[in-house]
Design a protein around this ligand. Structure first.
Ligand code: ATP
Ligand code: MG
Length: 476
């Protein structure tokens, strides 16, 4: 649920964005001119701005500059037509998050929106170190164990330097939090912070994402494209899951670290860039070295400053602190009363192995809170949340699918409605919303969270489908 501002003079485009993003659960605001957009940002700070470069009156670049003067961090995605690409590149160099050529494919736009929102989250919300956050919705690195204390000191020492940092630790131990903390406590905290997930992007795409390309570098390269690293000039690039990066790209990253320059694909001139690199991995890099999957020179270059995150099982004393923090945090997020936790339940948490580390603990607490029927969390709640109800087996899915198919067939031949398709979708949506309301005891805010919808979107669906809500069975 994020606030997204769309700035475009094309009414239809604004409307399509409104529909699309509301369906994704976002709150959408629109402005038809640069002046209106700036006026909006003066009142409300959006989480993301998507704007055309060509606007009537104040043009896109001027609008961008004016918005930047008001507040510096909201990521801006620039939309551009073929003829105005250079302006978009200009804006990107001034710190716009990225740009897209119109017309664009919806899935591409949605993925860019997700990336933009993530970048905003990374830059915006502070990560507190070594103290419980004042408000339960702030992120924090929590733990008193001596390995964590050492880590906080190390963060304090290296954050304000421009040193390349490698963050290592098992999955779910907090590497991303550490990367954010490093950025926020660095001298580049006001500059861009770009996150590149090296596994999420296929090799050839990753190369052009990172380094950009010149027009004609390959079929389909119809115009110049500035890569992420160039976009982050002056700022920080977080290379997440670097252990999974292809060898060819490793070579280019090494060159970036050594020579502080990059080359766009198909380019002939090295382009100097000033970026700080933070990398993270949960892989066994030494094994990757031995297998020839990771370059030795890059390994030695990266490991100079390494921060290690301990697995949770090696600091079980921290579990209670973490559990209390997540309890406060999730109940606040879901607008519930914090039920507290019994001593037995806490002991159970403290004696678990937590192979998924802090992420797994957080998920268990969230689940226990959602299914709690009142009173402090008890052993039963915890054991159920840890083990998870047995996930549906293929056999279960099969029988559910069969039943659904039978029902659909009945509806299809019944002539029930002129618009069978919408009728069926609405039917399932109603069921889904009812289930969410039952599980949450009728709490709409909480149900909206579960469904991944904004509260107003849920509210409008409840009205549309005429869903009646029974009196709440529990508080909150
Ligand atoms: N020390 C901590 N204090 C509070 N929350 C933490 C801590 N460590 C991890 N978390 C939380 O646990 C979750 C997982 O952390 P994070 O995403 O940083 O893990 P990661 O090490 O990057 O894992 P992966 O290797 O799977 O990407 C996040 O929700 C994070 O906020
Ligand atoms: Mg991670």
């Amino acid at each position: 649920m994020s606030k997204i501002l769309i700035v475009d003079d094309d009414y239809q485009l604004r409307q399509s964005f409104e529909k699309l993003l509301a369906m994704e659960g976002h709150d959408v605001y629109t402005a038809s001119s640069g002046e209106a957009a700036v006026a909006f940002v003066q009142e409300t700070v959006p989480d993301l701005i998507i704007m055309d470069v060509r606007l009537p009156g104040m043009d896109g670049l001027a609008t961008f500059r004016a918005m930047r003067e008001l507040e510096t961090k909201t990521p801006v995605i620039i939309m551009t037509a073929f003829g105005t690409t250079e302006t978009a590149i200009e804006a990107t160099k001034l710190g716009a998050f990225d740009y897209v050529l119109k017309p664009f494919e919806i899935p591409d736009m949605l993925s860019l929106i997700d990336q933009g929102l993530e970048a905003g989250r990374f830059m915006g919300s502070r990560v507190e170190i070594d103290r419980l956050p004042k408000s339960a919705d702030a992120d924090a690195l929590i733990g008193r164990h001596k390995t964590m204390q050492e880590l906080y000191k190390a963060i304090g020492r290296v954050a304000p330097t421009d040193a390349t940092v490698l963050i290592r630790g098992e999955s779910g131990t907090g590497k991303e939090l550490v990367a954010r903390a490093l950025y926020q406590h660095s001298l580049r905290a006001k500059k861009p912070f770009l996150v590149i997930n090296c596994v999420a992007i296929p090799e050839t795409l990753l190369e052009s994402e990172l380094f950009g390309y010149e027009k004609g570098a390959f079929t389909g390269a119809v115009s110049r494209r500035v890569g992420k690293i160039e976009q982050a000039h002056g700022g920080t690039v977080f290379l997440d899951e670097i252990g999974d990066m292809a060898l060819s790209i490793q070579a280019k990253i090494l060159r970036l670290l050594q020579e502080k320059s990059i080359e766009r694909l198909g380019g002939r001139m090295p382009i100097p860039v000033d970026v700080r690199i933070i990398a993270a991995t949960n892989r066994d890099l030494e094994a990757a070295l031995a297998d020839g999957r990771f370059r030795e020179d890059l390994y030695y270059r990266l490991k100079v400053v390494t921060l290690f995150l301990p697995p949770l099982r090696e600091r079980l004393d921290d579990v209670s602190l973490l559990a209390e923090y997540f309890l406060a945090r999730f109940t606040k997020e879901m607008d519930m009363v914090n039920p507290g936790i019994s001593d037995e339940a806490m002991n159970m948490l403290k004696s678990n192995e937590w192979p998924g580390n802090v992420r797994e603990l957080a998920n268990a607490i969230k689940k226990a809170v959602i299914f709690n029927r009142g009173g402090p969390l008890k052993e039963g709640d915890i054991s159920q949340a840890i083990s998870g109800e047995s996930p549906p087996t293929d056999a279960d899915d099969q029988s559910v699918d069969d039943k659904m198919r039978q029902w659909l067939r009945k509806v299809l031949v019944s002539g029930k409605s002129e618009n069978i398709f919408d009728y069926c979708i609405d039917h399932f949506a109603t069921l889904l919303i009812k289930e969410a309301l039952i599980i949450t005891g009728g709490n709409r805010t909480h149900a909206a969270k579960l469904l991944g919808l904004s509260r107003p979107t849920l509210q409008s669906k409840i009205e549309k489908f005429g869903i009646k809500i029974k009196a709440s069975v529990k508080s909150g």
